[in-house]
Design a binder for this molecule. Structure first.
Ligand SMILES: Cc1cc2nc3c(=O)[nH]c(=O)nc-3n(C[C@H](O)[C@H](O)[C@H](O)COP(=O)(O)O)c2cc1C
Length: 390
């Protein structure tokens, strides 16, 4: 018997076995080529970080050309990306780690510069509440149907490219969430209005994806769904809406539900009097019908085990896995004392964090637990330069 519950395997209802309960959550490393092709830098990063966790959720790829959300994001919107995607899946699938590709459309969380002059789109023509947000164009019925088709085609490509599954990115305020949110979705047609109608887009995508899998996959293919449980916008998604949504999601033939939060034990952002962690509410609603992934500020084996003790099926380690690519291996081999919880900028090259990724982490103000911040910027560049042989 392993020392920790998180080292025990898990078998999905479709029969796929996951070697342990540790998940690498999707973390965009912003290093793809301009057209969305996977770069050698990215393959190097994934190569360094895979092999320990049961599931590695590969960061988000756009399903439609106008769904791109960041510079350096890789794309799954065209068959021309298949050679790179095949290399990506075979790099990540090592030591039994399952490679899951997260797919999305950024909707209004992009801008016309990233889309090279094309307008951003969303459920309704309402700008996001953030500085300099552009007002999106409201999608027509035909355009919505096309995006659903794009999710299907992206899934087909993920199957052809050899991934073990996909994760639908319904979280972090991107298009799938924009349709569910009463802030970004003011429609009164079949795609909006009541909370049930605001689920339509997500449910149609799941239907499409499941149909594509049935037609194209020769072995069980995992479908996960990531949600953000609340929004602070007024109007915005409240936990009561999310509980209704997960109740419906439990019956859609998906394999897991991933709850996106900065802290796994976060309580309501909107109701400060409620001290119950949101994950507990969601777990109660799901009532064992779907496995859950919890994420947010989990760093130590004890943090991870606490999630297991709460009856959550999987625990994801985001930033900690950037700092320590061998977290699982170190726990397995009894070297817990050697787990790295801080980094120096000089460690970045060794961690596969290239200058584009570093810039992205800085832009997000990511807390990387950096020590020795006073290191001269030029030293960092010099270090990278020497690694690259120039
Ligand atoms: C650099 C960076 C990039 C991220 N990119 C994505 C992404 O592509 N898709 C996504 O759903 N979440 C993304 N996230 C959120 C993480 O998946 C995770 O939920 C978050 O980092 C909290 O987990 P942690 O506290 O263990 O880091 C990103 C986070 C970071 C730090």
């Amino acid at each position: 018997m392993p020392k920790y519950k998180f080292l025990q395997p898990y078998t999905f209802q479709n029969g796929v076995q996951i070697k342990n309960r540790i998940v690498i959550p999707p973390m965009t490393e912003a290093s793809a080529l301009q057209d969305g092709t996977i770069s050698m830098d990215e393959l190097h990063y994934f190569d360094l970080h895979t092999g320990g966790a049961g599931m590695f959720i590969i960061p988000v790829a756009n399903v439609s050309a106008n769904g791109k959300g960041f510079e350096g994001e890789f794309s799954v919107a065209d068959d021309k990306f298949l050679p790179g995607l095949k290399k990506l899946s075979s790099t990540v699938k090592r030591n039994g780690t399952k490679a899951i590709l997260q797919i999305f459309h950024a909707g209004r969380m992009s801008n016309s510069k990233i889309l090279r002059g094309e307008p951003i789109v969303s459920a309704s023509a309402v700008a996001a509440k953030r500085p300099n947000a552009e007002t999106p164009e409201e999608l027509t019925n035909e355009e919505i149907e096309q995006i659903i088709e794009d999710f299907g085609q992206a899934t087909r490509r993920a199957i052809v490219a050899g991934f073990d599954g996909i994760e639908l990115h319904g979280a972090n305020t991107y298009l799938m969430q924009q349709f569910f949110s009463p802030h970004s979705n003011r429609r009164t047609d079949k795609w909006g209005g009541t909370v049930d109608k605001r689920m339509t887009f997500a449910l149609e995508i799941i239907k499409k994806v499941n149909q594509v899998i049935k037609e194209n996959a020769s072995s069980p293919f995992i479908v996960g769904y990531r949600i953000s449980p609340e929004e602070i916008e007024e109007p915005g998604i409240r936990i009561e809406d999310t509980l209704k949504f997960v109740e419906v999601l439990a019956d859609q033939g998906i394999d897991y539900l991933h709850i996106s939060m900065g802290n796994a034990w976060r309580t309501s952002l909107n109701n400060k009097d409620d001290n119950e962690p949101l994950i507990e509410k969601i777990k109660r609603q799901i009532n064992g019908r779907l496995p859950l992934i919890s994420v947010g500020s989990v760093e130590t084996p004890q943090d991870a085990e606490k999630v297991m003790d709460a009856g959550i099926d999987f625990v994801a380690l985001g930033r900690e896995s950037l700092r320590e690519p061998h977290w699982v291996q170190k726990v397995e081999s009894g070297q817990e004392d050697a787990i790295r919880y801080t980094v120096a900028l000089q460690d970045y090259p060794e961690l596969g964090i290239n200058p584009s990724f570093k810039e992205f982490l800085d832009m997000l103000h990511t807390d990387m637990h950096i020590v020795g911040q006073d290191v001269a910027k030029d030293d960092f560049k010099g270090h990278l330069g020497s690694l690259e042989g120039n």
